[in-house]
Every structure is written in C-alpha cells, then in structure tokens.
Design a protein around this ligand. Structure first.
Ligand code: IMP
Ligand code: MG
Length: 174
C-alpha cells in the first residue's frame, strides 16, 4: 500500500537552495580543488546536484557507513561498509551528507577522516535537525535547510530503503 506523503520542501525550492550553497562553496574554494566525499546512500542525490553547480575543480569519492542501532535511532558506533578509494592527504575535503540528526555518525566519521591528513575538512548537509543533536561538537559549515524534528524522506532519504528517488522532501503521514 502506498503511504501518503506531505511535501515539506518542493523540488524547485531544494534545487534553488542547492544553487545558492554551490555558489557559496565555489567562492570559498576559489583557486582550490574541492574533494567531495559523498556519504552513501542518502547523500548521492544531493552530491550530484551540488557537484553540477560548482564552478571550482571537483573530485569525487564515496563512502558508505552504517551505524549500529535499531530503527530510526543511531547508536554512534559506526561501521565503514565501503571505504574511500583515494587517500585524503593534502586534499580540501567537503563531506556531503543528506541529514545531520543526532550527529553521531558525523562526529565519528570526521575523527576518522582527520587522521588521514587532509589539508582541510568541512561538512555540507542538505538537511539539519538541530533539535535532535546529541554530539554538539559537530560543526556544520554549509546547511541547505534546517528542519523541525520530523522524519523525512526523498531526495536521497529513505524509510526502510524506499522513497530515496522522490524529487522533493516529504513527511510520511500516519
Ligand atoms: P545521526 O548519526 O543521528 O546524525 O544520523 C544520521 C543518519 O540517520 C542520516 O545519514 C540518515 O541516514 C538517518 N536519518 C536521520 N534522520 C532521518 C530522517 O528524517 N529521514 C531519513 N533518514 C534519517
Ligand atoms: Mg544517511
């Protein structure tokens, strides 16, 4: 049975905001090459849309992580399912995530990636749910949208692996 989905952010709104963030990233990385690290699977749609709009040179790599825990709560113990293909030495790294919730996944990941000696490391997220933050030390450099504490799907975000392909961001109605 199909779930009823309420639109929170329309496709046009999301794309317009990604264009703004891409312009800001392009300004900030002027004269540099930005090494995008897409966090699979949720970050893949946002990464593509962001990358297409950047005017500085771009390289891309992918990482897949899973946090142990049940349902919609992440535990903070993160397992690397697929590691990066390339080393990070001297690269200007921009991590691209779908959503920062408790911040546990990113708090762990940033520590792991810092040990690989990048020239710099910043974080870019499509969505941020600051009300849910447990790891307050996670500093988000670029946020497209701050949203309330609701479980969202679409634009890469899933519920039980479904709805990632929705071109907008929505909330499943009960
Ligand atoms: P954190 O470690 O709690 O920050 O969890 C981040 C991860 O939880 C994200 O990368 C998503 O995969 C997932 N997540 C958190 N909130 C949502 C949501 O509203 N919809 C879909 N996935 C979510
Ligand atoms: Mg995710």
């Amino acid at each position: 049975m199909a779930d009823k989905i309420r639109v929170l952010l329309k496709e046009e709104e999301v794309n317009a905001r990604i264009s703004e963030i891409a312009a800001q990233v392009s300004r900030d990385y002027e004269g540099k090459c930005v090494h995008l690290i897409c966090i699979l699977k949720g970050g893949v749609f946002f990464t593509c849309e962001l990358a297409k709009r950047l005017t500085v040179p771009v390289t891309l790599d992918f990482m897949s992580v899973s946090s142990y825990g049940s349902g919609t709560v992440s535990s903070g113990v993160v397992k690397i399912i697929k590691d990066l293909d390339e080393p990070l030495e001297n690269k200007d790294v921009l991590i691209v995530e779908d959503i920062i919730d408790s911040g546990r996944t990113l708090a762990y990941l940033i520590e792991v990636l810092k040990q690989r000696n990048p020239a710099s490391i910043r974080l870019c997220t499509l969505l941020d749910k600051p009300e849910r933050r447990v790891k307050k030390q996670v500093k988000v450099d670029y946020t497209c949208f701050t949203i309330p504490d609701e479980f969202v799907v679409g634009y890469g975000l899933d519920y039980d692996q479904r709805y990632r392909n929705l071109p907008y961001i929505g909330v499943i109605e009960q």
